[in-house]
Design a protein around this ligand. Structure first.
Ligand SMILES: O=C[C@H](O)COP(=O)(O)O
Length: 214
């Protein structure tokens, strides 16, 4: 299982990387925009902190521009994964980048047919958005199960990375569906480590130790 934190905030990235359990950092244009810094400079700083993969999305809307941006991004950091938006232009760009050996992710995937076409185009990862599907009133888990099953049935080796995860329970749910990777916001990652009984137990251990005066 690959684990990523979905943020472009340097403080959060440093803290998350220090856990030593991440395969890398994922971003998207909204997350990058929130930091208010030049794109390349920010991604390069992230790359200097993260020992693993740095995921970065193109903002061009046509295949030619996407390919151009992808080539550029892949020179910024040693292990870039270029995110392409789902659609005909994204599919065209993915097919071309697969031939160049640039690692890619098809993002904004909201249906199994989309996920199948992304795999046919040769992307390394496809990212269905669990939370955003749930927000529409449909089941994000059923949707992701559909992708996992279709990939198994059709023999695709494209990895499924579940994104838009809102809490620890959802992480468990998607992992049980057989996804290869998960990415989550920093607060969700940190909340996975917490449990009230852990806190109570530790307080008691420390109190007993102090009371014993050893
Ligand atoms: O890039 C995709 C994000 O994982 C979306 O997450 P969000 O729905 O919490 O914004």
């Amino acid at each position: 299982m690959e684990l990523y934190v979905d943020t472009a905030n340097i403080g959060q990235i440093k803290e998350a990387v220090s856990l030593g359990i991440l395969e890398g950092v994922t971003t998207n244009p909204s997350i990058v925009a929130r930091e208010g810094r030049p794109f390349k400079e920010l991604i390069q700083e992230i790359g200097s902190i993260v020992p693993g993969k740095v995921w970065c999305e193109v903002v061009a809307t046509e295949a030619e521009g996407m390919v151009h941006e992808a080539r550029e991004i892949s020179t910024w950091v040693p292990r870039a994964v270029v995110k392409l938006p789902m659609g005909a232009e994204g599919i065209k760009a993915a097919s071309r980048l697969a031939q160049e050996g640039i690692e890619t992710n098809m993002t904004l995937v909201y249906s199994v047919p989309q996920a199948i076409l992304a795999a046919k185009a040769g992307v390394n990862y496809v990212s269905p958005y669990l939370g955003r599907v749930d927000d529409t009133g449909w089941s994000g888990a059923d949707f992701i199960r559909g992708i996992v099953n279709a990939y198994r049935m059709l023999g695709f080796d494209t990895k499924v990375i579940a994104a838009s995860i809102r809490g620890p329970r959802q992480v468990l749910d998607v992992l049980q569906l057989g996804v290869d990777a998960v990415t989550m916001a920093y607060p969700v990652l940190m909340s996975m480590m917490r449990h009230p009984m852990t806190d109570i137990g530790l307080q008691q251990f420390l109190k007993d130790w102090e009371d014993a005066g050893l």
